[in-house]
Design a protein around this ligand. Structure first.
Ligand code: PLP
Length: 431
């Protein structure tokens, strides 16, 4: 199996975090999201340990909340001593309600409204990652009105094109995010920031993309960031104390995907950064990384019930489930691969190649194509693995489907942490 929190029991049922998924499907209904708390903690500890060893004791991983933003996650992140990144007032609200200490929060986004800036300051968000000139001036205005000094980083575009889907590649010069180093816009923004009395410029941030399997985009980013920092020091006599190289490390969704040794990767990035700092005589900065997907993806799983099998002779078999693009839009958006299994018949022969379809009125509402399953029957339970990241976070009520429930698994115990939406929830904002 693609992750060590998955097994098969004597009944031939799929188990997740040691719990029989069929019992969970019977108890809570489907579609159902599952979340393995210990897997999340294990990943946090890998990042914490590896970053402190690679970059020094003041290094800190920030969990990118957009991957899965619910109150309970922020309890885990607080207990694990993580920082977080937030991208909206709604995420700030959720983290605050989850009890997260907001001085360890970094506020991202390419269009923070005046209301967002004010809300973030009301809630004591530690750092703003400033995207552009207008935003910088808006932060300065709000900080002046409050007579505070707001810590910021400048988001730069390092000009790296990682080998990933173009919708999740973010670090190239032609990007809606940040100020490009190549075009001197980053330098101009830094100069402007240095001159603002109510912001404290702590350093720079970049994020090259997501679902990246190679180490090189990160070592490249580390070097480019240090080169830029040294250039700023030489030209402006200003030394950054912090460098944030973003998130984006990949996760295996399929058996054939490579397994990333996150600790070894981080060690390598650390070496590249140290070497570059030494070459420039630049002091080793505080380092931040922002993993989202690699913290929560394999801590998640989705269960569905099979409705119908439609075999079209000469074409294919459609097996339809009771969820789809409203709970997981990623195949429709990016043709994302997933491992799909028949959770109640794990020992049966997978002799039927199927397209797993959702129940929405869209031909593109597919969960996955070309999946080998035992011949599906109404009532069978299908599990889609590795759905912890960007699934519930992207869920909608399309076709008026209530969002599924989520159950947390920890040490053999199951706890409902998110109730299934009701029909009343669907109309609750209608006047
Ligand atoms: C999306 C994002 C992340 C997290 O990316 P993952 O691929 O989930 O690790 C981190 N930082 C920023 C700025 C992002 O936009």
């Amino acid at each position: 199996m693609i992750c060590d929190n998955i097994s098969i029991n004597a009944a031939g049922h799929l188990c997740f975090a040691g719990v029989d998924t069929i019992e969970l499907a019977n108890k809570y209904g489907t579609p159902l999201y599952l979340l393995d708390e210990n897997k999340i903690r294990e990943k946090c500890r890998i990042y914490q340990g590896a970053m402190k060893s690679a970059f020094g004791e003041d290094a800190l991983p920030l969990y990118a909340g957009k991957a899965l933003c619910i109150k309970d996650i922020y309890r885990i992140m607080r207990e694990e001593g993580m920082g977080i990144d937030v991208v909206s007032s709604g995420e700030i609200f959720t983290a605050v309600r989850g009890g997260f200490p907001m001085e360890r929060a970094y506020f991202h986004g390419n269009n923070k409204t005046d209301a967002d800036i004010s809300y973030a300051m009301d809630n004591g968000v530690g750092y703003f990652v400033c995207d552009n000139e207008e935003e910088l001036l808006a932060i300065e205005r709000e900080a002046t009105a409050r007579n505070i000094k707001q810590k910021i980083l400048i988001r730069v575009a390092p000009g790296i094109d990682p080998h990933t889907h173009k919708a999740i590649s973010t670090g190239s010069v032609d990007s809606k995010f940040g100020a490009a180093i190549e075009t001197e816009q980053a330098m101009t923004l830094v100069m402007l920031a240095i001159g603002q009395p109510h912001v404290s410029l702590e350093g720079i941030h970049c994020h090259v993309g997501s679902q990246i399997f190679e180490t090189q985009p990160f070592t490249d980013a580390a070097r480019i960031m240090v080169d830029f920092a040294a250039n700023v020091r030489d030209r402006l006599n200003f030394t950054f104390r912090e460098i944030n190289i973003g998130g984006g490390m990949g996760v295996p969704y399929l058996e054939e995907h490579p397994r990333i040794d996150y600790a070894a990767n981080i060690e390598e990035i650390g070496k590249a950064m140290r070497a570059c700092c030494e070459a420039h005589g630049f002091p080793m900065p505080r380092v931040r990384m922002e993993p989202g997907r690699s913290i929560v993806a394999d801590a998640g799983m989705t269960l569905y019930t099979v409705g119908t099998l439609k075999s079209i002779p000469g074409f294919r078999n459609y097996v339809s489930v009771d969820g789809g693009m409203p709970d997981n839009p990623r195949y429709a958006l990016y043709q994302s691969p997933y491992t799909v299994v028949m959770a109640d018949r794990m020992n049966d022969e997978c002799d039927t190649v199927c397209t797993v379809a959702g129940r929405c009125c869209e031909s593109g509402d597919l969960i996955q194509e070309g999946v080998a399953l035992p011949y599906p029957q109404r009532g069978n339970i299908i599990a889609v693995l590795t759905t912890g990241a960007y699934n519930y976070a992207m869920a909608s009520n399309y076709n008026r489907l209530p969002r599924p429930a989520m159950v947390r698994l920890c040490d053999g115990e199951d706890t409902l942490i998110l109730r299934r939406e009701t029909f009343e929830d669907l109309i609750r904002n209608e006047l």
